[in-house]
Write a protein that binds this ligand. Sequence first.
Ligand SMILES: *Cc1c(COP(=O)(O)O)cnc(C)c1O
Length: 421
Amino acid sequence: MSLVERDLNVIWHPYTQMKTAMPPIPIVRGAGACLFDEDGTRYIDAISSWWVNIHGHAHPYIAEKVALQLKKLEHVIFAGFTHEGAIELAERLLQILPDNQKKAFYSDNGSTAVEVAIKMCLQYWHNQGLSKTKILAFSNAYHGDTFGAMAVSGRSAFTAAFDNLLFEVEFIDLPDLHNLSDLKSQITNLKSQLACFIFEPLVQGAGGMLMYEANLLSELMAHCHQEGILLIADEVFTGFGRTGKPFACNHLSQQPDIMCFSKGLTGGTMALGLTTCSAAIYEAFLSDDKLKTLFHGHSFTANPIACAAALASLDLFLAPETTENINRIVKAHQNFAQKIASHPKIKTIRQCGTILAMEWQTLDDTSYFNTLRDRLYNYFLSAGIILRPLGNIIYILPPYCITDEELNYIYTKIEDALVEV
Ligand SMILES: *Cc1c(COP(=O)(O)O)cnc(C)c1O
């Protein structure tokens, strides 16, 4: 039996309507920005495999560090015990994050990093005997697929089956020049109940690569702080260079109280989540009263192999070559965006750092279920490019090691698609 037949016998894939989806493509190997299937067909991974792979596939340096760690220590319970990798990773990350970030709490993935952040905020107030139990978020937000993370995400087709079970959240629009003062007064009206405000800084990824201005977010953040509302920056997607700077928060004049990381954290090698927080958050849990403990943990919290992968990924991320690569992609995106911006089939084109998103003109409304999606997806796949449109929005966010040749090939195929699809 082929891999595909065996897969279809036993596997249920994520975000996939199994009745109508095309059979999955069995990938056997990766190198640089490329993946190879059983028959040796090459695919350029233009979306970094769901936004995680920042240094290319099967990177030999990360592989070597992971292999060494595997022979030394594969795992240890993280309550009552510790290990060097977790300590070193926290030390090194806290050094490059906004300087109010003082403690690191590990988990397994982006959704759990968000769950931890939400619990930190709610219990921060609870531990002080204060009743602030509401959360503020942006409509169209995406913070993950577990129940708490879903609750603070915009209500959508993804959440419809669960909507009446999700805790109530206050949603506001993304800020623009016209609504900023209105958003501020909405926040002021709710301030006595609001525990925190969670947001994806600069770019709402799964919501459709929606982008908004750093200075407007900074203003909202300053207003929240003035009103005593904690701030959670969900950098699960934007962290580690995506926006052109190491972290999206580096574009802001305000500092969040809590930050969430995953995706690029291990260079896409291992599942790992991280929530960092300020001293004030941490100190609100210090007490002789055991009930003030943060009762949260996962079996694989701070897994040593995942930490080794993250440390290796961080070495690569901090190398000057990576910054050069990021700048190179930013420039190439800018040039390409300029070239096709006025094409009649392009409704809007927007860029934030290494993320370039294009909304295609269609007869249907812009949506995740837009029928253009499958045609675009298949067009690029048959050209050997993995682009996974969000409805009629296509986006490129490649591994930073992608070559100019590969990048230009993607641009050329997008231009071809503008003619042929
Ligand atoms: C992907 C994502 C998450 C969820 O991360 P998972 O590892 O998929 O659970 C949370 N927040 C943002 C902004 C994301 O893009």
